[in-house]
Design a protein around this ligand. Sequence first.
Ligand SMILES: Nc1ncnc2c1ncn2[C@@H]1O[C@H](COP(=O)(O)OP(=O)(O)OP(=O)(O)O)[C@@H](O)[C@H]1O
Length: 358
Amino acid sequence: MIFFGARRYLGEEEDGGTSKESRSQVLLAKLQQKAKERQKQSLIEQTEHQHEEQTEIQDVKKKRKADKDSVQEPHRHKKRKSDVVALHSSDSDNHDEPVEEKKKKKKSLQIVPVSMSEAEKDSSEQNSQKTSAPTGFTVLGGFDSKPAQKVHRVLPQWLAEPDVIHRDIKNNLVPISNISGLSAQLLKKLQNNGIQHFFPVQAEVIPAILESAQQGLLIGRGGYNPRDICVSAPTGSGKTLSFVIPVLMERVVCAVRALAVLPTKELAQQVYKVFTSYAEGTAVKVVMLAGQKSFASEEASLSEYRGGMRRSLADIVVATPGRLVDHINKNSGFCLEQLRFLVTDRVTKESRQTENRL
Ligand SMILES: Nc1ncnc2c1ncn2[C@@H]1O[C@H](COP(=O)(O)OP(=O)(O)OP(=O)(O)O)[C@@H](O)[C@H]1O
């Protein structure tokens, strides 16, 4: 049997005089020293690694920035104009000036608008002169914006200062005999219809129309314009009679001298009835053009061809706008040359259009 004896390595053999304990202490110290050195080494390696990483990151950032700048090159070029101003101003700065003064100047520079440099201005002026002179073309632009003039809206006198009429039809009545210029026949008809007094609107409108009619061709007070009357009054206040009565007063020859336009057949019918009831027993002829009869029969009621000439058979025409326009366009026997009264009752868009065509 072979026996191997193994001894533990305890470092370099010291001199034989050292004790076992002191050797182990030395060994421990050596080990600690080595551990410290290793620690140091690892620290150094760590910092070196970190430094390398940082430089790598910085490189990447630089590269990205360089790429971005190359893309934004035109914008940067624009910016340069302001740079020029700023640089120009800073060049003129007196470096000997106190710091406060410099700060003020810098502040003032911030609010100065970016503008063309003098050289650019000169060149642009020269260019504009060059373009306008030889061609003779008008150079567009350069219009000064002028403040728009305020329109002062003014109502016509008759609207701004109307004659106000009482709306109370029970009071403020005027006896029919008080209105001068009405024929005895008409007064009798009114009484027969139970009318002893005129309502306020009638007492105001009837004399006004009669007065104009007495002056001839409804010439107004100034001698030129016919007197127009615009009445605005509630329903049932007696507006219809206020134009029916004066219109019926005049008749020299048979000719269409009054035309009443109403927006609907029904309204035309109502007005037609009032006209016919007061015209009954007189020579005045009233014709309605509202499409209730055929166009041909309406045509026949308006005029006839007799003795080699066309004669009117109507003094007063009550019409709806559409039918009226049909007769104006297609009926050669429909003549409005003698027209003296045009009444547009219950004014609508349609009746306004008709009025404009007449
Ligand atoms: N002076 C008067 N006295 C008594 N009754 C009257 C008088 N004038 C009109 N009337 C009657 O009053 C009613 C309304 O009159 P009218 O139709 O003329 O009013 P209007 O103002 O034209 O109404 P609308 O706005 O509906 O056309 C009718 O029945 C009419 O006969």
